[in-house]
Design a protein around this ligand. Structure first.
Ligand SMILES: Cc1ncc(COP(=O)(O)O)c(C=O)c1O
Length: 407
């Protein structure tokens, strides 16, 4: 994504022209950005002296062109190959249909049912289990199978949230707590399940500011990982989950990947295991833009409203995680692709077309003057937004175009 001659380009193509050609709402994806991010993360881990296994958290973006693009980057097992982390049987079946081999897929789901296992158990994929009852369930079904154990060190870091939704002080459904570790180990032993992977997911949207807190959380995680090793678990991998962020607002800088990798090396470098990473946002955010048409410009009781031809059914990350969205007018963009830079005359409320009162993309948004028929771009929303769509109100999924090459 870049600005050239006052116009927003995505994958080297004029964003407004794409909107006019394909219709709105329209996601535009620059797939090469995903490859670049994966390559940068991998390279940083290698520079830190680690052996990386990078996987895309499929829930962030699972469309077939994305998976086929990743598949095409490297042959299975090649060092540059990017694997997948799946969290449902549906994702697994989709990954297989797009050419991934079971052994390239890790499965980090929660609350697995027997129906889930009907699909998962026969496949040679790697299961990371996060509850003792899940160890029992898998053990009854597949005694002797190597598993990963998701641990919960009760420490994590979330950008913009006081509490980690994954590993905070409040009990969550994810991962084995320290006080339950012995019971988890006993369950694994009862079913002869060797634990070859220690897994945790501690962060969300992390940038440099969050690294000190991440470091502290890693120290606790590392203590639990060492307990697994002391208990005789044949660990081959420490999977550090995802949680790496990308700049979302003007003034934010990209995460220092060398600093991130340095922390992982500090805590796990001496263990001689591979380091698994399964980012979603970091790989996909900057690959995607949503284009929408302005269908209403109207002053309402003193507040200017700008209405778009899309709603939270096609973009609901802000609704779930409270993220502030950034808007750019592709035809009048100025300096920065993550800011509406053209001169703004007023703060507006940007609303969608779903028939719910909370279908609002932002209040007090500094938007340049717009007219009905203009195209607006919501930027850096490649992760999660397109994959979390719903058909609420009978509204269809947004269109999407995927470019593997830049024009
Ligand atoms: C187990 C696990 N791995 C990876 C991810 C990807 O997270 P992110 O998009 O923050 O990198 C998630 C997200 O919730 C997760 O739960």
């Amino acid at each position: 994504m870049r600005i050239e001659g006052g116009r927003l380009l995505v994958a080297g193509r004029d964003a407004e022209a794409l909107a006019r050609e394909h219709g709105t709402p329209l996601y535009v994806f620059d797939l090469r950005r995903i490859g670049e991010q994966a390559g940068a993360l991998r390279a940083a881990l290698v520079r830190a002296g680690l052996t990386p296994r990078v996987r895309l958290a499929m829930k962030a973006l699972r469309d077939e062109p994305v998976l086929r693009y990743l598949r095409g980057l490297a042959a299975p097992g090649a060092p540059a190959a990017i694997g997948l982390d799946a969290c449902s049987p549906g994702e697994v079946e989709h990954a297989l249909a797009c050419g991934f081999l079971p052994e390239e897929i890790s499965y980090t789901g929660t609350n697995i049912s027997e129906r889930d296992l009907d699909v998962l158990a026969p496949l040679d994929l790697h299961l990371n289990l996060d509850l003792i009852s899940q160890i029992e369930r898998v053990g009854r079904r597949c005694p002797g199978r190597a598993i990963g154990l998701r641990i919960n060190p009760r420490a994590g870091v979330m950008r913009g949230h006081a509490q980690s939704l994954y590993a905070g002080a409040k009990p969550t459904k994810f991962g084995i707590y320290e006080e339950d570790l012995e019971r988890a180990l006993a369950a694994a032993e009862r079913h002869a399940l060797p634990i070859d992977t220690a897994h945790f997911h501690l962060a969300n949207g992390m940038l440099d500011n969050e690294l000190p807190a991440f470091d502290e959380a890693l120290a606790t995680a590392a203590r639990l990982v060492r307990r697994l090793i002391e208990a005789g678990c044949p660990l081959e991998e420490v999977n550090v989950g995802g949680g790496l962020g990308t700049p979302l607002h003007e003034g934010e800088r990209p995460l220092d990947l060398d600093a991130y990798a340095g922390l992982l090396e500090h805590h796990f470098g001496d263990l001689g295991v591979a380091i698994g990473a399964e980012p979603g946002e970091f790989l996909t955010n900057e690959a995607g833009v949503l284009l929408a048409e302005v269908v209403t410009v109207e002053d309402r009781a003193g507040t200017p409203f700008v209405g778009l031809d899309c709603g939270w059914n096609v973009l609901n990350d802000h609704r779930i995680y409270g993220r502030e969205l950034e808007f750019v007018l592709p035809a009048r963009a100025d300096k920065s692709p993550i800011r509406a830079d053209a001169p703004s005359s007023q703060d507006v409320t940007v609303a969608g077309h779903i028939n719910e009162g909370d279908d609002v993309f932002g209040e007090g948004v500094r938007l340049p003057d717009v007219a009905e028929g203009d195209i607006v771009a919501l930027v850096s929303i490649g992760g999660y937004c397109h994959s979390m769509w719903t058909d609420h109100c009978g509204r269809p999924r947004a269109g999407a175009v995927f470019f593997a090459e830049r024009a």
